[in-house]
Ligand binder design. Structure first.
Ligand code: C2O
Ligand code: CU
Ligand code: CU
Length: 501
């Protein structure tokens, strides 16, 4: 069988599995990607609060090669809903955590101190990172107090490389400019830990991208999209629901349905879907005259070769898209809503941009060529592997019928080699690969989709889809992860090790 026929067989199999497990309902277009957990607290009206921008963290020291940062994980009280307090698990007291900005070619070391009541693990999503700093799910950072409530409750029974109180994560940043993010990755607890607030941006800059005339400064805005639900007392409400948890309050950078006043000018928006399970199809309402509301300039792993115009941008959990929006296309005074057309009711709205009258000029532009992107050649692949992401009749989420088990590698790529990996699904599964970014070769036997361009680390697959990706494994030997980024699926075992050597 050639590659295409094999893939077809794989897709057929997934299709059969889906029908067999009664998930047929979920195949309908626009269907839910999780289950709604309704808030008990009153849900505030939209567009009442300004968009917060997470503070950029200052290094505690720097030397010739390295910038050193310190982050304390702890419980902090946030004001998210009017009149209520939200105790959150935070990085340095805020949700999102502080933004770290690194330079390509310089090392970054982040020392995380754990003042939480439970052990934690930090992963830099999109980082090309050695295994011992990648946040392997049982490389626990124990609480400073010495009391790990999770191990007392029997949750942290598996451990590997455990640190007491704090741990230094070292990132070489031998990778191009990109929008990365860091978040908790503890075995079996990633979903509740991220839901409670453990997520932040980590941007990488480099000289090539800095030289481009793209919007910058206060016209370069990170937007962390995440839905949450709230208990009556204002605390985050969470319950591990099998399909994935959907909230009924839309947060952007931690604020419910915020508003950003913008100049009539171009803005670079760094879109991150940090939700546990929600997918977004973002559109501007009203659409700008002439269409192409969003000019995509970057994907998960950095700049695209060339910009791509979209009327809508789709993001699954874990994905990043950088887009340029030109608010000069709107009449001053226009209120432009960012909407999620995958959702209904209140969750259809995300945030609002108010185009103010003040014209401070705009010398930015989007060049026709953005970056030199080497194209990986699948003909050079030394191995082709298939990974089936599906739910067993017993109800667990698995990869190739196996529940996650630390230390059991489902693949053993050799460093320096190119491999083609096939992903086949039964449900919505955003599939994420650690260590190396990849390029999408095909989707359902056809060309890659509209949102598959550039270097990716997460691919959004719908029910009964099949995709082929190509990657080259480079630099670091050790155990890394392949998993679904629906965080409930991840916690419920849809994760696998691969071991590079
Ligand atoms: Cu963003 Cu392994 O995760
Ligand atoms: Cu990751
Ligand atoms: Cu999944």
């Amino acid at each position: 069988m050639n590659r295409r026929n094999l893939l077809r067989a794989g897709v057929g199999l997934a299709g059969a599995a889906v029908l067999g497990t009664g998930l047929y309902e979920l195949l309908k277009p626009g269907s839910q990607t999780g289950q709604l957990l309704g808030s008990e607290a009153p849900i505030p009206p939209a567009f009442q609060v300004p968009l917060p921008i997470p503070a950029v963290l200052t290094p505690s020291r720097t030397d010739g090669t390295t910038d050193y940062y310190e982050i304390t994980q702890g419980i902090s009280t946030l004001s998210v809903l009017p009149g209520l307090k939200t105790p959150a698990w935070t990085y340095n007291g805020t949700f999102p955590g502080p933004t770290i900005v690194s330079r390509s070619g310089r090392k970054t070391v982040v020392k995380h101190t754990n003042q939480l009541p439970e052990a934690s693990v930090v992963h830099l999503h999109g980082g090309h990172t050695p295994a011992d700093s990648d946040g392997y799910p049982i490389d626990l950072v124990m609480p400073v107090s010495g009391h790990d409530m999770a191990s007392m409750s029997g949750m942290n029974t598996m451990q590997r490389d455990v640190s007491q109180g704090s741990r230094e994560y070292a990132y070489p940043f031998d990778q191009p400019a990109a929008t990365l993010w860091y978040h908790d990755h503890r075995m079996g607890a990633t979903a509740p830990n991220v839901w409670k607030g453990l997520a932040g941006f980590h941007l990488v800059r480099d000289d090539e991208s800095d030289a481009l005339p793209l919007p910058r400064g206060d016209r370069d805005i990170p937007l962390m999209l995440a839905d949450r639900s709230f208990a009556a007392d204002g605390s985050f409400l969470y319950k591990a629901l099998m399909p994935g948890v959907l909230g009924d309050v839309q947060l952007v950078n931690g604020a419910p349905w915020p508003v950003l006043a913008v100049d009539p000018a171009r803005y670079r928006l760094r879109l991150l879907n940090a939700a546990n399970a929600r997918r977004y199809r973002l559109e501007l309402d009203p659409q700008p005259p002439g269409g192409d509301a969003f000019v995509q300039i970057a994907a998960d792993g950095g700049l695209l070769a060339r910009p791509v115009g979209h009327d809508a941008v789709q993001l699954a959990p874990g994905e990043r898209f950088e887009v340029v929006v030109d608010f000069a296309k709107y009449k001053p005074g226009t209120r432009v809503r960012l909407v999620n057309t995958f959702a209904s009711g209140r969750m259809r709205e995300v945030m609002r941009f108010d185009v103010t009258g003040s014209d401070r000029g705009d010398d930015s532009s989007v060049p026709a060529t953005l970056a030199e992107i080497p194209v990986l050649d699948p003909a050079k692949a030394v191995a082709t592997r298939t990974f089936r992401f599906h739910q067993t009749p017993g109800g667990t989420w698995t990869v190739n019928d196996l529940e996650y088990k630390p230390g059991r590698a489902l693949a053993t790529p050799k460093l320096g080699s190119i491999e083609v990996w096939r992903f086949v699904t039964d449900y919505h599964h955003p599939i994420h690969l650690h260590l190396n970014h990849f390029q999408v070769l095909s989707r359902n036997l056809f060309e890659p989709g509209a949102y598959d361009a550039g270097w990716k680390d997460t691919i959004d697959l719908r029910p009964a889809e099949g995709a082929e990706i190509v990657t080259r494994f480079t630099d670091y030997a050790g155990a890394f992860l392949l998993h679904c980024h629906n965080l409930e699926h991840e916690d419920m075992a849809m994760m696998a090790d691969f071991q590079t050597s």
